[in-house]
Write a protein that binds this ligand. Structure first.
Ligand code: FAD
Length: 377
């Protein structure tokens, strides 16, 4: 018998859906409660590293992800300025192994749709517009209450409810995301023909200018700057500001700039980071993904770490016979050091830029993290 036969999951992002797919495939009754009415609503792009793709292989969604994403194995480094000379083309580590490309860019709503469809296909129950509002647990189970007033009993509640996790607060864990001092402009635009992989431009008016192809006809572009308070800007002002900041970058940015219009959905977000440094569970409630740790996307590992949390948790719940101290010990031993290394490295890369540290060994650090996450979780 597996350690659980009924599991509730709060949150239908990468962490929640990955856990749902693996547990439902293993014969567990799974209810996913997602507060959004449509998890595949409008969004931007996401850069998925090989170790995320390897987990997607385990979820049975890699063929669909491959079909709807844009894969590449090279990272370009370019200089700012009108000519935007290419300084280096670095072969990227295939952290998921040779079966998977180093990186795939994807439109987030497409990924959300593929995960949701797969979860339904393997028998998970997906409840949309359903918020987990409270829970009460004892030694034998958890009573989970939702926004429609219903309460049901489960063997385990997984809080995969993201950065501002309510489950984390309800557990009394007072670690919360803190700002790292950087902010990112992002836009979803048509792909210029010349863009076939991510290029990063370091320096110029922003710390980093970059882009990532997400399909034959699409990509997202971004500019990372010192965090500003842009909260009350309207759409036209956001577009104008991103366009202005992008003036320092040539090459494909000349074409990207002309696409910065209302359809590009220009948005601005602060980078944050946090790590719950000890147990991610209290009894029969556990947090995973961004609820437990978050990192600025400087090495694009957030979704990969969320998916790996789900994979390791599901593996243990299916292989063991009880939700006990030994299960949690193994879960934390496999997840905490890895998530910690990723969060610290992601923050460090940004901090070096904020400090204008000319001796920073960014490629060296990225290589070390790449080597770490190349090992299966
Ligand atoms: C600007 C930016 C750029 C990024 N770029 C990348 C990138 O390129 N590559 C990468 O790998 N990562 C990136 N990340 C990080 C990545 O987006 C996250 O790490 C990843 O989405 C975490 O997945 P998750 O499932 O843990 O959380 P989420 O995707 O946030 O999902 C949590 C879900 O829970 C739902 N929810 C919340 N509370 C409740 C509740 N009480 N009941 C029910 N549902 C609830 C929410 O609606 C949400 O759908 C980026 C992050 C930021 C901020």
């Amino acid at each position: 018998m597996t350690a659980v036969s009924r599991v509730a999951i709060a949150g239908g992002g990468v962490a929640g859906m990955a856990a749902a797919i693996l547990l439902a495939e293993g014969g567990v009754h799974v209810d996913v409660f997602e507060q959004k009415p449509d998890p595949g609503a409008l969004g931007s792009g996401i850069t998925l590293q090989g170790n995320a793709l390897r987990v997607f292989g385990r979820l049975g969604i890699w063929p669909a992800v491959q079909e709807e994403s844009y894969s590449f194995d090279v990272l370009g480094i370019r200089a700012p300025g009108p000519e935007a000379p290419v300084l280096a083309q670095i072969p990227d580590q295939r952290t998921g192994g040779d079966e998977y490309p180093a990186t795939a860019g994807m439109y987030r709503p497409d990924l959300a749709r593929i995960l949701t469809e797969r979860a339904r296909e393997v028998g998970a129950n997906i409840h949309l517009a359903a918020t987990v509002t409270s829970f009460a647990q004892d030694d034998a189970g958890v009573d989970v209450t939702r926004s429609d007033g219903r309460t049901d009993r489960y063997d385990l509640l997984i809080g995969a409810d993201g950065l501002h996790s309510g489950i984390r607060s309800m557990l009394g864990i007072d670690v919360a995301p803190h700002r790292t001092g950087m902010g990112i402009w992002r836009a979803f635009v048509p792909r210029p023909e010349s863009v076939t992989h991510t290029d990063l431009y370091y320096g110029g008016p922003a710390f980093i200018a970059g882009y990532c192809p997400t399909g034959e006809d699409s990509m997202y572009a971004y500019l990372v700057e010192a965090a500003q308070d842009h909260g009350d800007l309207g759409e036209t002002e956001r577009i104008d500001l991103m366009r202005e900041l992008s003036q320092g970058y040539g090459g494909p940015w000349d074409e990207i700039r002309t696409s910065l219009t209302a359809s590009a959905r220009v948005n601005y977000t602060w980078f944050t980071a946090h790590l719950v440094p000890d147990a991610w569970n209290r009894g029969r409630v556990v947090i995973i993904g961004d609820a437990a740790h978050s990192c600025p996307p400087t090495i694009a590992q957030g979704a990969a770490q969320a998916a790996e949390d789900a994979l390791v948790l599901a593996e243990l719940l299916l292989a063991r016979h009880a939700v006990d101290a030994a299960l949690w010990e193994e879960f934390h031993a496999r997840r905490l050091p890895r998530a910690k290394a990723v969060v610290e490295a992601s923050v460090q890369v940004g901090q070096w830029m904020l400090d204008h540290d000319r001796d920073a060994d960014v490629p060296g650090l990225m290589y070390r993290v790449g080597s770490l996450v190349s090992e299966p979780a």
